[in-house]
Write a protein that binds this ligand. Structure first.
Ligand SMILES: Nc1ncnc2c1ncn2[C@@H]1O[C@H](COP(=O)(O)OP(=O)(O)OP(=O)(O)O)[C@@H](O)[C@H]1O
Ligand SMILES: [Mg+2]
Length: 321
């Protein structure tokens, strides 16, 4: 299944706060590079952040890069921070006939205020900057970044991006802006090229929220590439072992271990619900006792190792159809 993900040009990593989007985006980027892809790992600069402030995503792949220019982190892996403003400049550059005009337009205070005012236009800046990187080619015409993995800051953001082209087209249906938006839309809605990755946790509420997000994203016709069930607890029990533990608990009354068993059961139920309700395959990512860059590297190794057929379903990264 990972190979199918790597075939795409853009993966939009989305999900609620704190579910592991940044960790998963970084680990997937590392895994894609390990399987021979050239990857641009991107994050969105929030308006509230200083332009050169520390980036959690950059730290997770071991670079201190910041700012809007692309940095090569390691062979095959590049990092960039997308900024709405830079994207809007590129957008104008494309739709206005001359670069000079675009620069002048961006310097116009009234236009800047207009661009900053509407959230849809801010999202457009991010989207357009990503499209710009996707389109870049090497001298031989092949894509400079065959795969772009975008770590989105929060669910609202993914939905804003998803709904954005319709919003924009309703305001400016024709002319060069409409054309540019339509071109972006075509890429965004083409399942062979783009896909959202919906990251979630193995608990009831996050799963419900993820299924809602899935419905909303599909309504905007953004393809869903996969669900990602992150922090799946390891299941140390064989069926017999589990039965023996249940028997012991039954005989000796409540025990702290019951909480761990409850968590395992909820995790399994969460997995079944996602498999049954998501319109895409589910990638299961284990919970590992590490943080930061070490966690990312270990998850990437886990994702790229060949699947062992006899392994218990909860012990590691696995794919459910
Ligand atoms: N598979 C995992 N195993 C263990 N810990 C994990 C795993 N995935 C994420 N974490 C931990 O969960 C926390 C949140 O992860 P992360 O920052 O990637 O989430 P996020 O969705 O990007 O958050 P935000 O919405 O704030 O951007 C971090 O402390 C991270 O180390
Ligand atoms: Mg994050």
């Amino acid at each position: 299944m990972l190979d199918a993900l790597w075939e795409r040009r853009a993966l939009l990593v989305s999900g609620k706060g704190g579910v592991g989007k940044t960790t998963v985006a970084a680990a997937l980027a590392r895994a894609a590079v390990a399987s021979g892809k050239r990857v641009l790992l991107a994050e969105v600069e929030l308006a509230s952040e200083p332009e050169d402030g520390p980036s959690p995503l950059a730290a997770m792949v071991g670079t201190r890069a910041s700012g809007p220019s692309v940095t090569e982190v390691s062979p095959g892996l590049s990092f960039v921070r997308l900024s709405a403003l830079e994207g809007q400049r590129l957008f104008l550059q494309e739709v206005l006939p001359l670069r000079l005009m675009a620069d002048a337009a961006m310097r116009t205070r009234a236009l800047r205020r207009f661009l900053e005012a509407a959230p849809a236009l801010r999202e457009m800046g991010v989207l357009f900057q990503m499209l710009h990187f996707i389109r870049r080619t090497r001298p031989d015409g092949s894509p400079l970044y065959p795969l772009c993995i975008l770590d989105l800051p929060a669910t609202g953001h993914a939905l804003a991006i998803a709904s954005l082209p319709d919003t924009l087209l309703s305001v400016m249906p024709g002319g060069p802006v409409g054309r540019a938006v339509r071109e972006g839309l075509a890429l965004l809605r083409e399942p062979r090229l783009t896909g959202a990755l919906l990251v979630t946790l193995p608990e009831p509420l996050p799963v419900s929220e993820t299924l809602e997000l899935s419905t909303a994203i599909q309504r905007h016709r953004i393809p869903i590439a996969a669900g990602v069930l992150n922090r799946m607890p390891e299941n140390p029990f064989s069926p017999d072992g589990r039965a023996a533990v249940e028997r012991l608990l039954g005989e000796h009354g409540p025990h702290l271990g019951q909480r761990a068993l409850g968590r395992l059961d909820r995790a399994r139920a969460a997995e079944a619900r996602l498999v049954g309700n998501l319109p895409a395959p589910l990638l299961t990512v284990p919970e590992l006792p590490a943080v930061g860059r070490e966690l990312v590297d270990r998850l990437a190794t886990h994702l790229t190792r060949p699947a062992s057929p006899g392994a218990p379903s909860h012990a590691g990264a696995g794919v459910r159809p």
